[in-house]
Design a protein around this ligand. Sequence first.
Ligand code: AMP
Ligand code: GLY
Length: 415
Amino acid sequence: MDILLIGSGGREHALAAKIATSPRVGRLYAAPGNPGIATVAECVDLDPADHAAVLSFVREKSVGLVVVGPEVPLVEGIADALEPHGIAVFGPSRAAAQLEGSKGFTKDLCARMGIPTARFRRFDAAEPARAYIESEGAPIVVKADGLAAGKGVTVAATLSEALDAVDACFAMPGASVVIEECMTGPEASFFCLCDGVRAVPFGTAEDHKRAFDGDMGPNTGGMGAYSPSLLMTPELVERTMREIVNPTLKGMADAGMPFKGVLYAGLMLTSEGPKLIEYNVRFGDPEAQVLMMRLESDIVPLLEAAARGDLSTADPAWSGAAAVTVVMASKGYPGAFEKGTPISALPQPGEGEAIFHAGTSQSAGQLIATGGRVLTVTATGNGVSEAADRAYRLVAKVEWPNGFYRTDIAHRARG
Ligand code: AMP
Ligand code: GLY
């Protein structure tokens, strides 16, 4: 079977590398891909937003499965554009992608299905939002409603910080906000493959969202991750399935928007049990990098079964090893950064190691950094500490003067 993978980040490089090892795959195409992905797939110059172009490519090449990496094409309805033509798509419909695209939609579903999450109210105007904040007091959380790449959330320690966040949101025309109770506890990322009816647990991870060591600095898309999460015990996984994921699948199916693809639950492990912070409708980046290093099963039958609506026999197998990934980003990220800086040398990864490209391109034979997050340097090990040591030894061999990275990835699990 030939496969088209949509995306160009580190997550997609990790998915491509795993898909490419499957005996089920004939040709693997990636749109648009990147220089790392090009080592395992054929990169095609295809704009994922141009659904007609994607459809005609898929037909011309007789692609049997389209795997969508990022959320934007899903929220823009790429599955809806392809599926009526009989093309299997791993990823939800536009309607089901609202689980990530609209915080208000997800909160309404949680309320309907009794899913534990932060108490919340949704507002379309600043004045009632301000009044609600004043009546609730701080700490309190203010979220812009819509896709905001992790940047639309303010965990406000004080009333004035919360009120400023409301004003900033409503400076944009047509804005709405969700105001939430502030939950406390450690966070974990939990993944499930879904076929519209069933959800199958598909690994756990912990992410480091802040830019700098010690969890300081601004929020980013993620500066590093490890898997498995030591916090997600089998009991917690079972409870999360029962109280959060299964009711979500049921609520979505009942509403006529069955969810298929990967459901990524951001969880807060509170003293009262796991609570949903948010859903994403795709793999995490960089969490996919650590999951793919640990997945022993062939991923292709799993993706295909989810896309075709029957995961009843799926039983993914994981290595007992831990995996750690360290993100190397352009200096200045997540703010302004210089583009096109040269990466003069990349080490050759050994067994159980990988350097996934996230934001690179090739210019006149030179590898250059084009993104904020540029490389995700990944290693497995016998436990998180060993995996982290191996990943950092590899990072030290990357010659890229404009790069920076956190030196404390996986510190929470290293003891
Ligand atoms: P989100 O984009 O919704 O994942 O939020 C980004 C980060 O903000 C989360 O990873 C949490 O650290 C924090 N956060 C979001 N919602 C809450 C909440 N209700 N209480 C406490 N922290 C939160
Ligand atoms: N690493 C967080 C995310 O992918 O949303």
